[in-house]
Design a binder for this molecule. Structure first.
Ligand code: ADP
Ligand code: MG
Length: 234
């Protein structure tokens, strides 16, 4: 029997101390099988990004357990966790900005540099991904000179260059106009369908959520059955 790619068991997370302590996640469990496109849906402040950061090993839960392909990150060294993030995970987060004054190519090569891949190989692989995303003609442009949609495609190129098993995307279309957002969405879903890349997408956009295989709804740090019925069920 194969383990789910990602698993969370009753994880909790609070921020701050004393009277300003705030429980952002109050005990969420979920399993994400390889190949799934999962949407994490909820209003602003409901705990979506916190949940995704924990699943992506960017932060640790206060209580509860995580598993990545059956392994418990709590038993791993920082270096082992870093390797998983670098090799198996790709990140499409608004707060993980591109390095503005580096070129598109340099930005995309960065994860390969961290992985210790030689400069020739880095360049070949980064150019191949840029080609796939129709960005080769921008390779030597500085990231700062791109449009919003181009930047987001470069972020996706950077997320893809290590051929990750899973892409974590936090509001991937949040800052984009409708058409550009649709292009970025199509790109993510074609990676899922054609390459079996697992998607974990945080969004408050119902249309984007509906395109995923499954939606989980978060309200006040807990999973609820549906955001529409929260009021009625309370
Ligand atoms: P969402 O992504 O659904 O908007 P977040 O997971 O970012 O929600 O945040 C959940 C709650 O936790 C919010 O009330 C937010 O203000 C709070 N929070 C998030 N990160 C921190 C932090 N680093 N320090 C203090 N509070 C935080
Ligand atoms: Mg968020």
């Amino acid at each position: 029997m194969t383990s789910p790619l990602l698993e969370a068991r009753t994880i909790t997370k609070s921020y701050g101390r004393g009277s300003s302590r705030f429980t952002a996640l109050a005990g969420v469990s979920l399993a994400v099988p390889a190949g799934e496109a999962l949407a994490i849906v909820g209003k602003s402040g409901s705990g979506k990004s916190t949940l995704m950061h924990l699943l992506a090993l960017l932060d640790t839960p206060d209580t509860g357990d995580l598993r990545v392909s059956g392994s418990d990150p709590a038993t791993m060294t920082t270096a082992q966790m870093g390797r998983i993030r670098n090799r198996d995970f790709g990140f499409v987060f608004q707060q993980f900005f591109l390095t503005p004054h580096a070129t598109v190519l340099e930005n995309v090569m960065l994860p390969l540099k961290i992985a210790g891949i030689g400069v020739r190989e880095r360049k070949l692989r980064a150019l191949a991904v840029l080609e796939q995303l129709e960005l080769v003609d921008k390779a030597t442009n500085k990231a700062i000179n791109l449009s919003g949609g181009q930047k987001q495609r470069v972020v996706i190129a950077r997320a893809l260059v290590n051929r990750p098993k899973v892409i974590f995307a936090d509001e991937p279309t949040g800052n984009l106009d409708t058409n550009t957002g649709r292009l970025v969405e199509n790109l993510l879903f074609s990676l899922n369908r054609e390459h079996g890349i697992t998607l974990v997408i945080v969004t408050h956009d119902p249309d984007l959520a509906a395109r995923c295989d499954r939606q989980i709804f978060i309200r006040d740090g807990r999973e609820v059955r549906s955001l529409d019925y929260v009021g009625a069920a309370a």
